[in-house]
Design a binder for this molecule. Sequence first.
Ligand code: URP
Ligand code: ZN
Ligand code: ZN
Ligand code: ZN
Length: 472
Amino acid sequence: MAQKIIKNGTIVTASDTFQADILIENEQISMICQDLSFDGAESVDATGCYVFPGGIDPHTHLEMPFGGTVSKDDFETGTIAAAFGGTTSVIDFCITRKGESLRNPIREWHAKSKDKAVIDYGFHLMIGEINEDVLNELPLILEEEGITSFKVFMAYKNVFQADDGTLFQTLKTAKELGALVMVHAENGDVIDHLVKDALEAGNTDPIYHALTRPPEAEGEATGRATLLTGLAKSQLYVVHVSCDESAQKIKEAREKGYDVWGETCPQYLVLDQTYMEKPNFEGAKYVWSPPLREKWNQDKLWNALKNGYLQTIGSDQCSFDFKGQKDLGKGDFTKIPNGGPMIEDRFSILFSEGVKKGRITLNQFVDITSTRIAKLFGLYPKKGTISVGADADIVIFDPTVERTISVDTHHMAVDYNAFEGMEITGEPITVLSRGAFVIKDKQFVGSLGAGNYLKRAHYGKMLTNGSDKVTV
Ligand code: URP
Ligand code: ZN
Ligand code: ZN
Ligand code: ZN
């Protein structure tokens, strides 16, 4: 690959903002300095633009079997849309099945991603049960696959839900092996009870999805998970925090000194529960778990990001068409497949609503969308920053473009956009993955299968510069 120079841009990292040029050689950043020139190098002009490290989306469900169907965006459409949105790495959830070797779903996830992904990708591993077979398999999976994060569902009773014993054992095992435990924190048993009550009373509209999954059920589960983490002296990452009740539990745990982290998602920052009351079943477009909340929670979540007791933003991309998939739940909200299309707009919404509106700083934006995620999930400093030796995963971002989010212009495969009509400022213009253009002047120029599988370092460790070797 020929050398490239990104010229005249403003480089932004989690700590600094400065004017400099970047030389890219052999997929990596090899030099950062002012007024760079290099014979034969291709020049990429970034005048007037920010030059960000590529976004890392730590929470996607691409082509995931769920709710009697399969999420629509796969590793092809999903990663192309991600790249358009400024994301250069995703970490997807590998869903396991009880009573079966963990290797089978891992093999399936490799098969569906390998020839499709246009950007780099890794997997988290769902833990649904802990037994001798699982305990025997896990150490090798960490070493051979570089899967260093486990996911436990505290909700979706009779589908994915694990009990507290499983969560506690997973926390202890993760501590021993050097992995980070992720939880979907909602009290699945209480929700199951409330859902039965609602259906018995004939309450079947989409809004009952929210009313049967109240914030107390999320706050309680978050509090329980953090206390069990303290008891196990382990490490926890709470995914998709939707409400103040849950954010407060994370804050409390961190103040006690527990190793607890929290992620929120763009949908909880800008949409609210009233969207689920839309007529003609349109509320189903906004059915995901945890549900959208009352609007006042949004300020609480922004403050949590600003003050650092929530640290990251994931998309929770899990898209279903309105026609043909969401309508499986017409007449029974429990049958609406849970999830939404968010992978493309995560980065730009956080910039526009966060940085442009003065809620977070430019450097916090980079930390929340990329750097902190790379550090937590064993990708740093190969990913997540702009430094010599890092992968040249770079977003050239015009902070002045004004545009309207719409299904008519998005690149996801689904037939609606949850942020339809939202006016935002800022747009990724050119996106590079390991030095190769994926998006050039807003056009897709990448290739299917160009994305590499990411073996990640153990929790709290770093990847050595320039190789997949884990430094432990
Ligand atoms: O509704 C959602 N969030 N669907 C994806 C699965 C999950 O719980 O993250
Ligand atoms: Zn190791
Ligand atoms: Zn979840
Ligand atoms: Zn999810």
